[in-house]
Ligand binder design. Structure first.
Ligand code: SAM
Length: 275
């Protein structure tokens, strides 16, 4: 069965400016820190909803010994495989191995390589907002929890709740970025709490100028924290990455300048307790 992400596999990685200027540098920092904690020892990664394989490649670059990357979109998995092949052609890493599989995070038992209690790190970048309900998120977190080693870490990123107060929708303030979400019937914007868990269409403008549409769901900060804690994780770090204005070229479009300095993501580092 096709998914809404299939058609986006070609340029998702390089096409979204926020990914290039904020998310990738931020995640690279997290992986570097984790590799230092492992002090050269092997570590294994579960790249949940791997998309085009950005986290897979970055964790390999940071020293991961094995990555199991999976996504519900067949096109995304195909693209991830290509990116991984390209990476291995450019780097000689005979000790590292990757498997790329089509599967849903709500049922990891269908993945033969997904052995319980074997992963040091699970990465879940902007995936949970794509699931159909809170119950599906609960199920996903349960699956991930099972697959991690005791003491293993889950890193999650989702849209920052401050986005409700920013003026992405006001084209005179922020031309050409994206529509925050489908407006209410009267044309006004949803407020925080009001549209929790409801499907919303997000329109994003890619670097190429192409506009893409995806439907996802937003949750309040308290819902995210509750879901993570209910699943049995301890939240060991909460960060709010933002675009560093110094990283943005002087001739960048106004919307990038508008975004600089404001948090874009919420990031949780969650630890499976060593019971
Ligand atoms: C915003 S993209 C993020 C991709 C990647 N994690 C990244 O940060 O570059 C969301 C991805 O989640 C995937 N996805 C959606 N529902 C999923 C599910 N139930 N199981 C696994 N992947 C899923 C989509 O196919 C898409 O590739």
């Amino acid at each position: 069965m096709g998914t809404q992400w299939d058609g986006l596999a070609t340029d998702f990685n390089s096409g979204v400016w926020l990914v290039s200027y904020c998310q990738q540098p931020f995640w690279e920092g997290q992986y570097k820190k984790l590799a230092e904690e492992r002090s050269g020892g092997p570590w294994t990664v579960l790249d949940v909803g791997c998309g085009t394989g950005s986290h897979t490649v970055r964790t390999l670059q940071a020293g991961a010994s094995y990555v199991l990357a999976f996504d519900v979109s067949k096109d995304m998995v195909e693209k991830a495989k290509l990116e991984v092949d390209k990476f291995f052609q450019s780097q000689a890493l005979p000790e590292s191995k990757v498997d790329c599989v089509v599967a849903s995070v709500t049922d990891c038992s269908s993945i033969p390589e997904a052995q319980e209690g074997t992963f040091d790190l699970a990465v879940c970048g902007y995936v949970l907002c794509n699931l159909g309900s809170k119950d599906e998120i609960r199920q996903a977190l349960k699956e991930i929890y099972k697959l991690l080693k005791p003491g293993g870490k889950l890193m999650i990123s989702e849209t920052h709740v401050i986005q409700y107060t920013l003026e992405w929708d006001n084209e005179s303030v922020v031309p050409l970025l994206y529509k925050w979400c489908t407006p209410k019937e009267d044309g006004t914007k949803w407020n925080y709490f009001e549209d929790e868990g409801k499907p919303r269409e997000l329109r994003m403008r890619m670097n190429s100028g192409r506009e893409i549409k995806v439907t996802n769901r937003l949750y309040t900060l308290s819902t995210w924290v509750s879901l993570i804690v209910e699943a049995g994780f301890q939240i060991t770090q909460f960060l709010e990455p933002y675009v560093d204005s110094k990283a943005i070229p002087a001739d960048a479009p106004d919307y990038m300048k508008y975004a600089a300095g404001k948090p874009t993501d919420m990031f949780w580092e969650c630890t499976k307790p060593n019971l």
